[in-house]
Design a protein around this ligand. Structure first.
Ligand SMILES: Cc1cc2nc3c(=O)[nH]c(=O)nc-3n(C[C@H](O)[C@H](O)[C@H](O)COP(=O)(O)OP(=O)(O)OC[C@H]3O[C@@H](n4cnc5c(N)ncnc54)[C@H](O)[C@@H]3O)c2cc1C
Length: 443
C-alpha cells in the first residue's frame, strides 16, 4: 500500500494551490486528477486582488501579471449602433496598503498551468488520469482506492474535486442551496473573425439575455457566453445570426447551471473539502475560483503544522474560518447574478474579508486594524515592502514605532495585536519587522 501524508483529490485551482503550499512546507502529498490531461478552458478568468496577494506569497505573481490584463470596457451592440459602457473591473493605481488593487484577467487554464509550473519547481507533480473511486477513514488514517487499482493510505484527504465532488458524496454531505435562473448557460473559447479585441462585446438576443465575447489576454480567443438555448442549433450559426461575425475555431466549450450551494461541514475527521466541492457560485462577481484558492491557502499551513506534530485542534479552525466566508460570498454572488449589476466597488475584491470572530484571533484593535484582519502592505524605511517580508512559510511580527506588536499568521492574517511574541507561531519561526503604519493601518 502506498503512503502519503496528504492525498489531494483534484488539481484545479484549489488543489494546485494546496499542493504548492504543502510542497514548500515540506509535507509529503499526492495530487491526483481524474482528467487525462490539464483543463483547457478560460472559465474562471477573474482573479481578485486578495488572490493576487496570495500569489505573491506563493511565488507566482510575476507570471500571473505578465500573462494577464485589466478587464476591458464593455461595448453594447444594438444593430449598427454600439456604445461603450463601464468595465467590470476597476483601474486604480496601487497604494501603499494595496499593491494589487484591480481585478486581473487570466484564463483559468493559464492560471492552473502557472501553478503547475510552480509545483514542478518545488518538486511536486499532478498525477493526471487518476481518479479517486472511494475511501474509508478511521481515527488514525484514510484508505483511498484509485482508478489505477492502487490503494493509498494517508493521514489526511482533501477533496478539491469540484462541484460534482466524489469526496463530498462518499462523506454523505449535501450541497444545500438552489439553482438560480431557469436557464442553463454556455461558456466557450472561440476564435472569431473580424472582431476587435479592445472591448468585451455584448449583444442583446431578441429571445432574451445577452451574447458576450470577451477577449482573453495572451491568446487569440474570446470567451463566449450565452444562454445554452440560444445556441442549441450550433454556436457558429447563432453567433453569425446575432453578431454578424464568423467563428473560425471552437477551442473549448461547457454548459453550466448557475447555482448557489454549499455544504454545512468542511471537515469530517481526517477528510476536508475545499473549493467548488464545498461551495458553488454563479460566475457573477468572480468569486468561485478565488474563494477556493483561499480555502486551500487557509488549510495549507494548518495541515502542515499538524503533519509536523502540532495539535490537531488547529484543523477545527479551517471550517470555523472558511465556512462563514463562503456563505457571505454566495450571498454576494447571488445578489450580483440576480440584479445583473456591473457595479462591484470593493465588495468583490476579497480584501476586507476577515476572521475577526474566528478562534485564532486575539488582542486589541489598533487604528483600523483588528485581530483577524488581512494585514495590509506597508512601505518600510529601507525601501522594501512588508509583503516582501511575508513571502514564505514563516509567521511575522510587525512592530510599528508607536504601537503594539502585530503578529501575522503564515497566511497574512493578523493573529494577535498587543504583546510581543517570541519563538514560533504554529510551528513556524517568527520573522521580526519594524516600520511605520500610516493612517492607522489603512485596509
Ligand atoms: C462561466 C464561468 C465563469 C467563471 N468566472 C469566474 C471568475 O471570474 N472568477 C472566479 O473566481 N471564479 C469563476 N468561476 C468559477 C471557477 O471556474 C470555479 O469556482 C473553479 O474552477 C473551482 O476550482 P476548484 O479547484 O474548486 O474545482 P475545479 O476547477 O472544478 O477542479 C476540480 C478538479 O477535480 C478533478 N476531479 C473531479 N473528480 C475527481 C475524482 N473523483 N478524482 C480525481 N480528480 C477529480 C477534476 O478533473 C478537476 O480538475 C467561473 C465559472 C464559470 C462556469
Amino acid at each position: 500500500m502506498n503512503q502519503a501524508t496528504v492525498l489531494i483529490v483534484g488539481a484545479g485551482p484549489a488543489g494546485l494551490t494546496l499542493g504548492v503550499d504543502l510542497a514548500r512546507r515540506g509535507v509529503s502529498f499526492r495530487l491526483i486528477d481524474a482528467a487525462a490531461t490539464p483543463f483547457e478552458g478560460s472559465r474562471g478568468k477573474g482573479i481578485q486582488p486578495r488572490t493576487l496577494e496570495i500569489f505573491e506569497d506563493l511565488g507566482v505573481i510575476e507570471p500571473i501579471l505578465s500573462v494577464g490584463a485589466l478587464y476591458p470596457k464593455m461595448r453594447a451592440h444594438l444593430g449598427s449602433f454600439s456604445l461603450r459602457v463601464a468595465s467590470l473591473g476597476s483601474s486604480r493605481p496601487p497604494t501603499e496598503s494595496v499593491p494589487y488593487p484591480n481585478l486581473w484577467m487570466v484564463p483559468q487554464a493559464r492560471t492552473e498551468s502557472i501553478l503547475r509550473e510552480r509545483l514542478h519547481a518545488l518538486g511536486g507533480r499532478v498525477e493526471f488520469g487518476t481518479a479517486l473511486i472511494t475511501f474509508r477513514a478511521n481515527e488514525s488514517e484514510v484508505h483511498a482506492t484509485l482508478s489505477s487499482g492502487e490503494t493509498v493510505s494517508s493521514d489526511f484527504l482533501v477533496g478539491a474535486d469540484g462541484g460534482r465532488s466524489t469526496v463530498r458524496k462518499v462523506l454523505g454531505l449535501q450541497l444545500n442551496g438552489e439553482a438560480i435562473g431557469e436557464q442553463r448557460m454556455l461558456v466557450a473559447d472561440l476564435e472569431v473573425e473580424g472582431l476587435d479585441r479592445d472591448d468585451w462585446h455584448l449583444w442583446p438576443v431578441f429571445t432574451g439575455g445577452l451574447m458576450g465575447l470577451c477577449p482573453l489576454p495572451g491568446t487569440s480567443l474570446f470567451q463566449f457566453t450565452s444562454k445554452a438555448k440560444t445556441v442549441e442549433r450550433g454556436i457558429e450559426a447563432a453567433l453569425r445570426k446575432v453578431t454578424g461575425h464568423r467563428v473560425k475555431r471552437v477551442a473549448w466549450s461547457s454548459i453550466y447551471q448557475p447555482a448557489v450551494r454549499m455544504v454545512d461541514r468542511y471537515r469530517v475527521g481526517r477528510v476536508f473539502l475545499a473549493g467548488d466541492a464545498a461551495h458553488m457560485h454563479p460566475p457573477a462577481g468572480g468569486q468561485g475560483l478565488n474563494t477556493g484558492i483561499q480555502d486551500a491557502y487557509n488549510l495549507g499551513w494548518k495541515l502542515a503544522h499538524v503533519a509536523h506534530g502540532g495539535p490537531a485542534q488547529l484543523l477545527d479552525t479551517y471550517e470555523a474560518e472558511r465556512r462563514p466566508i463562503a456563505s457571505a460570498m454566495l450571498g454576494l454572488s447571488k445578489h450580483l447574478h440576480q440584479t445583473h449589476s456591473i457595479k462591484r466597488g470593493d465588495a468583490t475584491n476579497q480584501l476586507n474579508l476577515h476572521y475577526r470572530s474566528g478562534p485564532l484571533s486575539s488582542g486589541i484593535a489598533f487604528g483600523n486594524l483588528h485581530p483577524g484582519d488581512r494585514m495590509p502592505d506597508v512601505q518600510l524605511g529601507d525601501g522594501s515592502r512588508l509583503f516582501e517580508h511575508l513571502r514564505g512559510t514563516h509567521a511575522t511580527q510587525f512592530t510599528p514605532s508607536k504601537g503594539p506588536h502585530i503578529l501575522i499568521r503564515p497566511d497574512g492574517y493578523i493573529a494577535h495585536i498587543g504583546s510581543m511574541h517570541s519563538g514560533e507561531y504554529a510551528g513556524e519561526p517568527i520573522r521580526y519587522v519594524q516600520g511605520t503604519l500610516h493612517q492607522g493601518g489603512q485596509r
